[in-house]
Design a binder for this molecule. Sequence first.
Ligand code: SF4
Ligand code: FE
Length: 475
Amino acid sequence: MKTRQQYIESLRRLNPEVYMFGERVTSVVGHPMITPSMNAVAATYELAQGDIMTATSHLTGKRINRFTHIHQSTADLVTKSRMERLMGAYTGTCFQRCAGMDALNTLSVVTYDIDRKRGTRYNERFLKFLRYVQEEDLVCDAAMTDAKGDRRLRPAEQADPDMYTHVVREEKDGIVVRGAKLHQTGALNSHEIIVVPTRAMREEDRDYAVSFAVPSDTKGIIYIYGRQPSDTRKLEGKTFDVGNLYYGGHECLVVFDDVFVPWERVFMCREHEFAAELVEKFASYHRQSYACKAGMGDVLIGATQTIAEYNGIADAPHVKDKIVEMNHLNETIFCCSLACAYEGAAEPSGTYYVNSLMANITKLHVTRVPYELARMAQEIAGGVVVTVPSEKDLRDPRVGKFVEKYMMGVADVPAEKRMRVLRLIEGLTVGSGAACYLPESMHGAGSPQAQRIMIARQVNLAAKQTAARRLCGID
Ligand code: SF4
Ligand code: FE
């Protein structure tokens, strides 16, 4: 396994084409806008020891980082949820490495299923790629969400054929693909990009049913950095105004401008009837992964209790009750994530897969709970959460003493401590950290309506009706 430093060095050797604020970024490593997110991924290397963060490879028998592991049991699935909560609480942000792990597990299932039906050799190719990922301890970015254009139209019906990523042509040694993947979490901190389709496909959409992996600095891949609220605070020099001093997340618009993919890196090519299975499996694995938000919730609850104490209101009955409510909601996320893991089962490939219905329930809770927690945190913190002066004013020779005097809460806590925790709450609920805590909870791993559709499809309504009808004598 790589150390944190070896991971950072390995990123330094990559040369991706990156744009931010209308300029080409020549050096990703060390860029102040990107460093916090790189630190969050680096934490997955830093903490890689023990049974939570590491596992035994089923391919080589070697100890590997769990983020590259294929689940061999329900115990593995449960440990995955625990790892994600732990990492969420440690970094207080999106640590970006789960989607890649979820894509690897999905492909281990689906390539096997395609081969069984179609007589293809995708699984063999995939396992070769997986071995490489495990041996080199790589970060994979899972690229699913297409631009989608007019949402009423299917991929092949769009006015612009590139609204969904597709095969442009086949060559002797591989395929050429064009399109874009949006909201790519941690793309610039990744060694490999794994592309998967974003929706179920029909026969006429077959060029869009494509999955492959390419090194992140492959020619033709262009990264356009996505903005977050108050993101340029990272450029103001080291101050606590950023809230979370160490970690952050990032997303990119990733363009595939006629990218060549060699056949040995292609895991699905036009098998349109398997796109639905792939999407459903990936979505369910990643909906389980949102145990990460329970970890971020731990940080927000800790910050809220702290500011309640600093404000002198921690003993007020309604505040105590809100802290209980925050914990109750936050643990609900984790309960759901654990449940879908415990109820998982082996697929024909041998890979363990979560209970999909419960994974969807997990994620549907996640679309709501962080917003509720953020609301209560802001209520307890007070309006000062969005009006607190900057650290530079606290340090200013003329006004610093006033900031210090009037930012005080209880007499035995210095104003600076109160300002720091306010900034953390601000960051998590309205600032750049909120991008990873709120809209990401809403839309990451699919928007709420996607989960509702899956719940409607998977729940056994007839059995519930039978139970009711029997008890009241209808049947
Ligand atoms: Fe992992 Fe959560 Fe970030 Fe998704 S949102 S990559 S599950 S930390
Ligand atoms: Fe996400």
